[in-house]
Write a protein that binds this ligand. Structure first.
Ligand code: FES
Ligand code: FES
Length: 172
C-alpha cells in the first residue's frame, strides 16, 4: 500500500492505495465518484476523462499514486451552487447526448479544449474530441454544444480549475 494525498472536486483525501490501482478505480470505488465512468479501460474511449491540475487526462490511463499531490476535477465537481457549468448547460440545451455514457468525458474534454482554444473552428473541435468516442449521437450536436459554450464565453471557466478547499474527507 502507498499513502496518497489528493484533492478531488475541492475536497482533500488521504488514502492508502495499491500501487497498481488506476485513478479511475480510485475515484469510483474509493471516493464514490461514479460520474466518471469506464468505457474501455484501454485509453481508447475517453469516457473516464477528468482534469488533473486543470488539464484533461484519461483516468484509466494513469495510476492513483500518480495523482498524489495533485488536484483532480471530475464531472461531479463542475456545478457550483446548484448551477450547471456552462458546458454542462450547453450539452443539455443542444441535446448533445443520448445514452449519456460518453457525456462526462466529453464535457471534461470539451472544457479543456476551450481552455486551450476559446474560439475553435468546427474542425478544431472535432480534432480536439477525437480521443472521446460516442456510439449514439453522430457527434453533430456535441460539436454544436461546444460551439454554443464557446459563443457564451465559457472558456477558462473557473469551475474547471477548482481551487482547493479546506474540506478534509479521508476515506480509509
Ligand atoms: S475508460 Fe478510459 S479511455 Fe475508455
Ligand atoms: S451519448 Fe451514448 S455514447 Fe455518447
Amino acid at each position: 500500500m502507498t499513502r496518497i494525498g489528493v484533492t478531488v472536486d475541492g475536497s482533500n483525501y488521504s488514502d492508502d492505495v495499491e500501487p497498481r490501482m488506476l485513478l479511475v478505480h480510485y475515484l469510483r470505488e474509493r471516493l464514490g465518484k461514479i460520474g466518471t465512468v469506464v468505457g474501455c479501460d484501454t485509453s481508447n474511449c475517453g469516457a473516464c476523462t477528468v482534469h488533473l491540475d486543470g488539464s484533461s487526462v484519461k483516468s484509466c490511463n494513469m495510476l492513483a499514486v500518480q495523482a498524489d499531490g495533485h488536484e483532480v476535477t471530475t464531472v461531479e465537481g463542475l456545478a457550483k451552487d446548484g448551477e450547471l457549468h456552462p458546458m454542462q448547460r450547453a450539452f443539455h440545451e443542444c441535446h448533445a447526448l443520448q445514452c449519456g455514457y460518453c457525456t462526462p468525458g466529453m464535457i471534461m474534454q470539451s472544457i479543456d479544449l476551450l481552455n486551450d482554444n476559446p474560439n475553435p473552428s468546427e474542425e478544431e473541435i472535432r480534432t480536439g474530441l477525437e480521443g472521446n468516442l460516442c456510439r449514439c449521437t453522430g457527434y453533430h450536436n456535441i460539436v454544436k454544444a461546444v460551439q454554443s459554450a464557446a459563443s457564451a464565453g465559457s472558456a477558462g471557466s473557473a469551475a474547471s480549475k477548482i481551487s482547493t478547499s479546506s474540506t478534509t474527507g479521508g476515506t480509509s
